[in-house]
Ligand binder design. Structure first.
Ligand SMILES: [Zn+2]
Length: 256
């Protein structure tokens, strides 16, 4: 990799990262070269984008086709009251550029579908899926698997959240389909119908940003193959092993 250096203002800005021995200057320089795509600038995307931009992820693509609605402001902390009616990606880009001028944020006002998934995600090394519907999740997951792009997937509903990292092309690691199978009728609930407590999205979005940084820098223990379940009605976090399904049609032996 070409030599990447950090300027004096970056050394100052990222001092609390650089002092971490598991992260350090090498991790910070690596983050500066990273290209991350974030699907959904909503409850999960808001905090995730803020932490990724603040952390100095060099290039961030934000993909969302919604406009800001007053009902978003209870949890989507990237936006202010004056932003209501604006496309989310536009407001997000403006806020993130103000937060950290060292990162390049690209706005895509688009609904991700099978026809544009490659164009939107293909140039990225980590994908964070914080979208609000299961059909999009499957398209993203299948593309990330085929393109060998680590997928960080976070979801929330009411007082619950879940988080996992998928690298299903690897021998021992599951893909999203190992977890949900092929049926598009599994977790289809939406925040609009069922509600969600604001900070629940903040917690899962922040954890998703953490896992994106972990995929880039490689500190600590790899999260792929583990499912985190947060039950925040009772303040309980559990992690379960998420094994690869050897019979998985998408990543298992049967797919070969
Ligand atoms: Zn699989």
């Amino acid at each position: 990799m070409a030599a990447v250096t950090l300027g004096p203002d970056e050394l100052q800005r990222y001092a609390r990262h650089i002092v971490l021995k598991e992260f350090g200057g090498a991790g910070q320089r690596r983050v500066k070269t990273a290209r991350v795509a974030v699907i959904g600038a909503g409850g999960i995307g808001s905090p995730a984008l803020q932490y990724l931009a603040a952390a100095g992820v060099g290039r961030i693509a934000v993909i969302d086709d919604d406009r800001i609605d007053p009902s978003n402001l209870q949890r989507q902390t990237l936006f202010a009251a004056d932003d209501v009616g604006m496309p989310k990606v536009e407001a997000a880009c403006a806020r993130l550029a103000a937060l950290n001028p060292h990162v390049e944020v690209t706005a895509h006002t688009a609904r991700l579908g099978s026809e544009n998934v490659g164009a939107l995600l293909g140039d990225h090394e980590v994908v964070l899926d914080g979208c609000d519907n299961f059909a999009t999740r499957l398209i993203v997951a299948d593309y990330a698997l085929a393109a060998h792009i680590p997928l960080v997937s976070a979801a929330v509903g009411q007082f619950e959240g879940q988080l996992a990292v998928y690298r299903g092309w690897e021998a021992e690691k599951p893909c999203y389909r190992c977890f949900v199978g092929g049926s598009p009728e599994t977790p289809g609930a939406s925040c609009a119908e069922d509600g969600v407590l604001g900070p629940v999205t903040g917690i899962l979005g922040s954890l998703a940003a953490l896992e994106v940084l972990r995929q880039i820098v490689g500190f600590g223990t790899d999260g792929a193959g583990t499912l985190l379940l947060a039950d925040l009605l009772s303040l309980r976090f559990r992690t379960l092993a998420l094994p690869k399904d050897p019979g998985c049609r998408w990543c298992g032996d049967a797919s070969a």
